[in-house]
Design a protein around this ligand. Structure first.
Ligand code: KPL
Length: 296
């Protein structure tokens, strides 16, 4: 499958890095910014890529397309609604966001196009509205969100994602992969946002009792979804990220600092929807959820 176009929706830091990588690799990129377009991207190897991307019309035929949505979790639904009339059976749509969306499997299966998700730890930021910088490489996993998917289509998407993300692997259970990333975000993001500190501060032993309570609740919720994992394993994974990103501010801390909406609904909110469904109380996740909501 050769794509006629690779559409990158939005002009966030990650989306701009993906667009720059796609340009470098010679893909026919179309950018669909939702506000001020990013003009210049600095990649990890310090290469600078100018983004002056054409604004094509959507094709009228069934030609293969890739549409990447590297957006905030709360923007995904509106973006799909805006663009999906242009998608067809040969359109591969890749959602890239933090947290998880509360969509039923039948709703995903009914989409008349191919729907995939990526979970990535690539780090990027925007020093100004028109520039973006990649600050760290990361692991990326992609997988299908639908029950029926052509293995060959996923394989092809993965080869392209290797170019766009720098590295990419197929996850045979992307919901589980997204959940594991959600547990990291649920342990790091709310506390860093509430207290306005860097990720590494959470390695201070004074936060361990609170983190332990969150990990205990996440472990119970993991079992409810068939993703069994001990609190120690969940906490250990998050602590590795705290060490690796000790000097960084989490995305939620930055959202709060800049007065933007946070992704708490797709992180703690999603976990709490599983809890509600299973009739389980999760007091620590609930407290953090309300504390972050109160900031915005
Ligand atoms: O994904 C992140 C985020 O900030 O949203 C982590 C992994 C916590 C890194 O800061």
């Amino acid at each position: 499958m050769q794509y006629k176009h690779v559409h990158i929706v939005g002009s966030g830091a990650l989306g701009s890095v993906l667009a720059a990588q796609a340009v470098n690799k010679g893909y026919p990129v179309v950018n669909r910014p939702r506000n001020t377009p990013v003009r210049q991207v600095t990649l990890l190897d310090k290469r600078q890529v100018e983004l002056t991307l054409p604004q094509h019309h959507w094709p009228e035929d069934n030609s293969p397309q890739l549409v990447v949505l590297p957006l905030k979790s709360y923007q995904i639904e509106a973006a799909l609604t805006q663009y999906e009339a242009h998608f067809c059976t040969n359109t591969q749509v890749l959602l890239v966001h933090n947290g998880m969306l509360d969509w039923s499997q039948s709703a995903l299966d009914q989409k008349p196009y191919q729907l995939y998700a990526a979970s990535t730890s690539i780090a990027a930021f925007k020093p100004s509205p028109t520039t973006a910088v990649q600050t760290g490489e990361g692991e990326t996993f992609i997988g299908t969100l639908q029950s029926q998917a052509e293995p060959a289509s996923l394989e092809y998407l993965n080869t392209v994602c290797n170019d766009l993300f720098g590295d990419s692997s197929i996850s045979i259970d992307i919901r589980r992969t997204q959940w594991q990333k959600l547990t990291i975000n649920s342990l790091i993001n709310p506390l860093t946002a509430i207290h306005g500190f860097r990720n590494g501060e959470l390695l201070n032993p004074r936060w361990q009792p609170q983190l332990q309570l969150v990990a205990n609740e996440l472990s119970i919720l993991a079992c409810k979804q068939g993703f069994d994992e001990s609190p120690a394993s969940i906490l250990g994974r998050a602590q590795q990220v705290m060490q690796r990103t000790a000097e960084n501010f989490s995305s939620m801390q930055q959202d709060v600092a800049l007065g933007r909406p946070t992704e708490i609904d797709a992180i703690n909110g999603y976990a709490l929807s599983i809890a509600k469904h299973a009739g389980i109380e999760c007091p620590q996740l609930t407290e953090h959820y309300h504390a972050v909501k109160a900031l915005g």
